[in-house]
Design a protein around this ligand. Structure first.
Ligand code: 16G
Length: 244
């Protein structure tokens, strides 16, 4: 395939398609270097500016990454987050990554009006507030801030969560089996504190998630999480409603 100068599709866009196919067909692996902008320009008969525009696009899409002074490399594919009520631990293991978790903060605090409303408890009731950095194979992936009514899991504060699954602790120690949930996902901008934890530049794009998890209709968890948008994408099956 070559660039078609007569096509209404902009050349940088045509090159994007060609490069994506070429990376797959040539068997390039993650962290392999791709040819320089000059070489690509010569190969496809394009100006260096056009090639740069394409590479910029592929970098911003997370398909390539640049190392100053070294070149441009193939990035790891993003992790596909399925919209199911899985724990981070289960989700990472299912994808072949070793899940990890480091405590950032843990305290018991009175729920704000907003938190209380979402948890379905009286305002001011105590909640466990748990902030954790989640990792996959040691790489920071997300900052999770979870609120759980203390009335549901009274001694949770004394349980180690670092390197453990919260959902597993809830199940094994408190007999809480989460059976349903709801999740809202929004585009966001990483604040400086989370950027430091996640190894991102402040202002990097992130996915802001709000999850409520329930057992027998009672809300157990309100989690507000910041996921790296350069490492995550959402995947959802689409079922067509009968008659819809
Ligand atoms: C997921 C949940 C989070 C929950 C955590 C428990 C999101 C988007 N997802 O990451 O709410 O607290 O799993 O994981 O927030 P764990 O059992 O591995 O600790």
């Amino acid at each position: 395939m070559t660039i078609d100068p007569a096509s209404p599709v902009p050349k940088y866009s045509q090159l994007r398609e060609l490069l994506i196919d070429w990376i797959v067909d040539s068997g390039l692996a993650v962290d392999d270097i791709i040819p320089s902008e000059r070489e690509l320009g010569t190969k496809y008969g394009l100006s260096r500016m056009t090639v740069r525009q394409t590479i910029d696009l592929l970098v911003s899409e997370g398909k390539l990454y640049r190392v100053p002074g070294k070149g441009t490399f193939v990035a790891r594919p993003k992790i596909e987050m399925s919209l199911v009520l899985a724990s981070f631990t289960e989700d990472m293991r299912a994808r072949g990554y070793e899940p990890g978790s480091r405590d950032i903060a843990r305290r018991i605090t009175p729920a704000s009006g907003h938190t209380a409303r979402l948890l379905g408890i009286p305002p001011g009731s105590d909640v466990h507030h748990i902030e954790r950095l989640r990792t996959a194979d040691g790489e920071p992936m997300a900052v999770e801030r979870t609120n759980i009514p203390t009335s549901l899991a009274p001694g949770l504060g004394s349980h180690r969560l670092s390197g453990r699954s919260l959902y597993q602790v809830l199940e094994e120690e408190f007999g809480i089996i989460l059976d349903s949930g709801e999740q809202t996902i929004e585009a966001g901008i990483c604040d400086p504190a989370d950027a430091k934890l996640l190894g991102l530049s402040p202002g990097s794009p992130v996915l802001s998630m709000q999850r409520r998890s329930f057992t027998n209709g009672a809300c157990v968890e309100l989690a507000l999480s910041t996921y790296r948008a350069d490492r995550y994408q959402l995947h959802s099956r689409l079922d067509r409603h009968p008659g819809g």
